[in-house]
Design a protein around this ligand. Structure first.
Ligand code: SF4
Length: 452
């Protein structure tokens, strides 16, 4: 786990680990990094960097997250909008998220329904996070056709990942006269976004427009599959089956619901939850308002996005932080500077510049030196966060590379549990020495270099 307050979002842990579970996250204090726990395979390669943000956690007794109540199989029958005979589909997604399993479940459902199936999984050198494309052809009679879809041959274009779905090479199988697109809109970061902090997710409207142009106008179904799965079942691993439910209800899968549910059961993994994910996907198309009510009842508090805060709210968060960082005078100097900018901007009727200055000046003034890392590592929010994510009784250790051990030649981080807290407490109290001749950390090469 990464303590997001200590993290500066530099991207070094993504660079060192090349791991798709090390993901950017937008917070009130800017872009940070977090570990996507469901996909983490615990090789701990992200710990290799020189960063004090990391904790390793031994989970406690987790309180089961409330999940959506069971939905009965009473949804309306969809109106088919793809051919029942000689049906072709393409699934696109990223490796490690169950795209091939999805293809196998659909193939099994077709066989259960008495159809013939041809399939081709194009994994290339895909690994966790690499693009995966899976083609399926379903017919009533055995037919001698290529396994791979030709240009424009796709009836259903099922996009489990938005950016892979928008790739022109994959979209080549789609056609504006024939193809219906059913795509997850979840913003899943790419490897480049993890490695390069200057790269952010492209404009989703532009991405969706590319898919829309390549498929039948007005027929597409776009759902935040991972977001819904997380909200409804507390885990995004059900996203792909939820997407199948949406495609079925949109009339894009020429198979009976009973065959699809039987195939999900045959797959044998978390059967009840996957059946519910399938039905909730159907509901997302048949009755989105009812689904929204369920989602809202499970997630009553929506987080306020950083962009939505007013200037006074931005300041109300940051001024006490700066007072704790150093002292009240330091916080006042921040307020004075922001006020000067506000006055200069006032005649324009906008506060955009002032808000940007308030955010960026804080980032600059709350520089993460040793004292600040100590302060933020002792923040009670860390305990609350660990408990909320890993259950009551979860225990954690800080993964640190103390300068003294580094000077003695130790090349790796060490684990420090409760013993780190007295040292952090002393360090936090020493923040008054910051910038004075007694600030021993200020003599480090990296500190002089960054100050010059
Ligand atoms: S190396 Fe540390 S500071 Fe940089 S992104 Fe990773 S956790 Fe954040």
């Amino acid at each position: 786990m990464i303590n997001e307050r200590v993290c500066e979002g530099c991207g070094d842990c993504g660079d060192k680990s090349n791991c798709m579970s090390v993901q950017p996250v937008e917070t009130e204090f800017g872009r940070k990094t977090q570990i996507h726990q469901p996909s983490c395979n615990k090789d701990y390669s992200c710990l290799a960097g020189d960063c004090p943000s990391f904790l390793t956690v031994e989970p406690g007794a987790r309180t089961a997250k409330p999940v959506a109540p069971d939905l009965a199989d009473s949804l309306p029958e969809p109106v088919l909008q793809v051919p029942e005979e000689n049906f072709s589909m393409r699934i696109t997604g990223v490796g490690g998220t169950g795209v091939v399993t999805l293809s196998q479940v659909l193939g099994a459902a077709a066989v259960i329904a008495g159809r013939h199936v041809r399939g081709l999984d194009q994994l290339g050198l895909a690994q966790k996070g690499g693009a995966v494309v899976s083609d399926l052809k379903i017919s009533r009679e055995p037919v001698q056709v290529a396994h791979k879809l030709a240009a424009g041959e796709c009836d259903l274009y099922l996009g489990a990942d938005l950016l892979v779905a928008a790739d022109a090479r994959n979209l080549a199988a789609a056609g504006p006269q024939r193809t219906v697109a059913v795509v997850s809109t979840t913003r899943v970061p790419t490897g480049k976004m993890i490695l390069d902090t200057a790269t952010s997710f492209p404009d989703p409207d532009g991405v969706l427009a590319r898919i829309g142009e390549a498929s039948r106008a007005g027929s597409g179904v776009f759902v935040d599959a991972r977001g819904l799965a997380e909200s409804l079942f507390g885990d995004d691993q059900f996203a792909n089956i939820l997407l199948i439910g949406a495609a079925f209800q949109a009339g894009c899968l020429p198979l009976p619901a009973s065959a699809l549910e039987e195939a999900i059961a045959l797959n044998g993994v978390k059967v009840e939850a996957n059946l519910q994910a399938f039905r909730r996907g159907r509901q997302a198309v048949a009755d989105p308002a009812a689904l929204r009510v369920t989602v809202d009842s499970l997630n009553p508090t929506e987080s306020v996005s950083a962009a939505a805060l007013t200037l006074s709210e931005i300041l109300a968060i940051r001024v006490p932080e700066l007072a704790s960082y150093q002292n009240a005078a330091y916080a006042q100097s921040y307020v004075d500077f922001v006020e000067k900018v506000r006055k200069a901007e006032e005649p324009t009727g906008s506060t955009e510049l002032t808000e940007t200055v308030a955010r960026q000046l804080f980032k600059l003034m709350a520089y993460k030196d040793e004292y600040e890392v100590a302060r933020l590592s002792l923040d009670p929010a860390v305990d609350r966060d660990v408990k909320a994510r890993f259950g009551a009784g979860a225990r954690y250790v800080y993964k640190l590379h103390p300068p003294i051990l580094r000077a003695l030649g130790m090349k790796r981080k060490i684990s420090l549990g409760a013993t780190a807290k007295p040292a952090f407490t002393v360090l936090r109290a020493m923040r008054r020495l910051r910038g004075t001749p007694l600030d021993v950390f200020g003599y480090a090469h990296v500190r002089k270099w960054s100050a010059s």
